[in-house]
Design a binder for this molecule. Structure first.
Ligand code: ATP
Ligand code: MG
Length: 259
C-alpha cells in the first residue's frame, strides 16, 4: 500500500456548538507537509475552537479529523499529542505551579528510581534537557527552577515552543504565538516557523499580526462566524484582500473598506 504523504492533516465537515452558538460550522481544512498555513479571522470567528477540535480539547459534534491517514476525531489531547501534534495555545496550557523543565516534559515526565526502587521524577535531567532546548532556540530564561506562574507571558510562550521542538512535533499549531512577545522574541518565533517548514514540519499559525502572516505563511485561510470564507495562496494574497475577507466585504462584492 502506498503511503499518502499529502495532506498531513484533513478536517472534513467539522462543527462545534456551544449551546445555541455555532462556533465552528462545517469546516473543511487541510494542511500539507512543509506548509505554513495562517488561520485568520476577527475575534470570535472560531479559530481557537477549530484548532481545539483538531488537538482534542473539544469534541466536534460533526465531522472528522484525519492525521497521517488516521482518524483522530474524539481522541484525547494526550493521545493526539503523542501522535506528533503539538499545540501552543493562546490561553496557555502549561502547568503554572511546575518549573520550566517539568513543563517541557508535561505528560511525558522522566523518572528515575530512588535506591533503585522508588520511582521519582528526575527534575535535574528535565531541567538540563529543557535548558538545551531553550538554548537551541536562543531563548534565555533566568532560572529554570522558576515556576511558570512567575514568568512573563513571553517567557511562557517560549517554554511552550521549546516543548514543541523538543518532542519533534510533526505538526505545530500556534495560537497567537507572538502576541505576548517583545520584538526580538517575535523575530525568533518567525525564524522558528521557517525552520520548521524547512524540516518539512507543517505549521498552523493563528495571528492577528498581518506582518507576521505575510512574512511566513504559504497559504491564508480566513474564518468568519465559524465558516471558512477564503483560502488564498501567498502568491494571490495581499493585506488588503485578507482584511476584506476578515471583515466580510469581499464576499459581498463591496469595495475595500476603510479600517
Ligand atoms: N468554551 C466556550 N464556551 C462558550 N462559548 C465559547 C467557548 N469558547 C469559545 N466560545 C465562543 O465561540 C466563538 C468562537 O470563539 P473562538 O475562541 O474560537 O474565537 P477566535 O477566532 O479564536 O477569536 P480570538 O481571535 O478572539 O481569539 C465565540 O463566539 C466565543 O464566544
Ligand atoms: Mg482565539
Amino acid at each position: 500500500m502506498t503511503k499518502q504523504i499529502n495532506p498531513v492533516l484533513t478536517a472534513r465537515g467539522v462543527s462545534k456548538h456551544f449551546g445555541g452558538l455555532t462556533a465552528v460550522d462545517e469546516v473543511d481544512f487541510e494542511v500539507s507537509a512543509g506548509e505554513v498555513v495562517a488561520l485568520l479571522g476577527d475575534n470570535g470567528a472560531g479559530k481557537s475552537t477549530l484548532i481545539k477540535c483538531i488537538s482534542g480539547v473539544y469534541r466536534p459534534e460533526q465531522g472528522k479529523v484525519v492525521f497521517n491517514g488516521e482518524d483522530i476525531t474524539h481522541h484525547a489531547p494526550a493521545d493526539i499529542r503523542s501522535r506528533g501534534i503539538e499545540t501552543i495555545y493562546q490561553d496557555l496550557a502549561l502547568a503554572e505551579n511546575l518549573d520550566v523543565g517539568a513543563n517541557v516534559f508535561l505528560g511525558k515526565e522522566k523518572t528515575r528510581r530512588l535506591f533503585g526502587l522508588i520511582p521519582v521524577t528526575d527534575d535535574n535531567y528535565m531541567r538540563e534537557e529543557a535548558s538545551g532546548a531553550l538554548d537551541e532556540l536562543d531563548i534565555h530564561i533566568p532560572s529554570l527552577k522558576q515556576k511558570l506562574v512567575n514568568l512573563s507571558g513571553g517567557q511562557r510562550q517560549a517554554v511552550a515552543i521549546a516543548r514543541a521542538m523538543y518532542w519533534n512535533a510533526q505538526l505545530v499549531i500556534m495560537d497567537e504565538p507572538t502576541a505576548a512577545l517583545g520584538v526580538p522574541e517575535q523575530r525568533k518565533v518567525l525564524a522558528l516557523i521557517r525552520s520548521l517548514r524547512e524540516g518539512d514540519i507543517p505549521v498552523i499559525l493563528i495571528s492577528h499580526t498581518m506582518h507576521d502572516v505575510m512574512a511566513v505563511a504559504d497559504r491564508m485561510v480566513v474564518m468568519r462566524r465559524g465558516r471558512i470564507v477564503a483560502n488564498i495562496t501567498r502568491a494571490d494574497a495581499s493585506e488588503e484582500l485578507i482584511v476584506r475577507h476578515i471583515v466580510g466585504s469581499a464576499e459581498n462584492g463591496e469595495n475595500a473598506v476603510m479600517i
